[in-house]
Design a protein around this ligand. Structure first.
Ligand SMILES: [Zn+2]
Length: 246
């Protein structure tokens, strides 16, 4: 199938897909080491799994057949789809998560293995670059992985996922929780057009705050505060234009 060295390590945690594969969702394991993650992802009682797990040294395990529905996304939403487990392939990155708020960078060998695996999967399933997402994108307010230390810019340079930089920040007033400014609804609409679960009700409430945090974690990791400063607003519209461009 491919030239990649992949070790099979079957998990009992899967069922049948309800739709075709269109997305890839990236996670971190939030566990001390790969053995602990393998044990959990293959424990029938835990009821969680992923299709792939990439160890810190770049070794790739396959836990679930791509044709089957692995259990990694949970309650999730993207562009109207609420069964992201059916619509996606899940990849877990062996990583010990956030410790006291901070997180370590993903090792180069692990990122290189991820890129090789993505090249293989994307080609076989014809997955659009913008359909490679983080768990936090499809479950804002509930999940924060793969986290702000995940190098989405490097992934984009390799041809996967969206990324914008070198965008001149527009001179617009900041928006934060409680705001009912007329700029709130268009911002919500742009986030919804990107794919996030958000209602364009014109009120900057808890849902908007959670989605802005998720957006920042992916596209503006320098400051994740759930408030839409001018830079965040500019980036939302820039990502939206990119996501909608043919
Ligand atoms: Zn996750």
């Amino acid at each position: 199938m491919s030239g990649l060295a992949i070790e099979r390590h079957p998990s009992p945690n899967f069922d049948n897909r309800a739709c075709a594969i269109s997305h890839i969702i990236l996670h971190y394991t939030d566990m001390a080491d790969c053995d602990a993650a393998l044990a959990r992802l293959c424990d029938a009682a835990a009821k969680v799994s992923a299709h792939y797990l990439i160890r810190r040294d770049g070794h790739i395990f396959q836990l679930v057949d791509e044709a089957a529905r692995a259990w990694h996304a949970g309650v999730s939403y993207w562009q109207g789809e609420t069964d992201m487990n059916s619509a996606s392939i899940g990849i877990e990155l062996d990583h010990d998560g956030h410790k006291d708020g901070a997180m370590a960078a993903f090792p180069e060998a692990q990122m290189a293995a991820l890129i090789s695996l993505l090249q293989d999967i994307v080609k076989r399933h014809d997955i659009l670059p913008q359909n490679i997402l983080g768990h936090s994108d499809v479950a804002p307010g509930r999940k924060i992985d793969p986290g702000e230390a995940f190098d989405w810019a490097a992934l984009h340079r390799a041809g996967f996922g969206l990324w914008v930089d070198n965008v001149k920040t527009e001179d617009v007033p900041p928006l934060a929780t409680g705001s009912e400014d007329k700029a709130v609804a268009p911002l919500q609409k742009a986030l919804a057009a990107i794919g996030y679960q958000i209602t364009a009700d014109g009120v900057f409430g808890p849902q908007t705050q959670a989605v802005i945090s998720a957006f920042q974690r992916h596209f503006r990791p320098a400051k994740i505060d759930g408030a839409a400063d001018a830079e965040t607003q500019t980036l939302v519209y820039a990502v939206c234009r990119l996501a909608l461009s043919p």
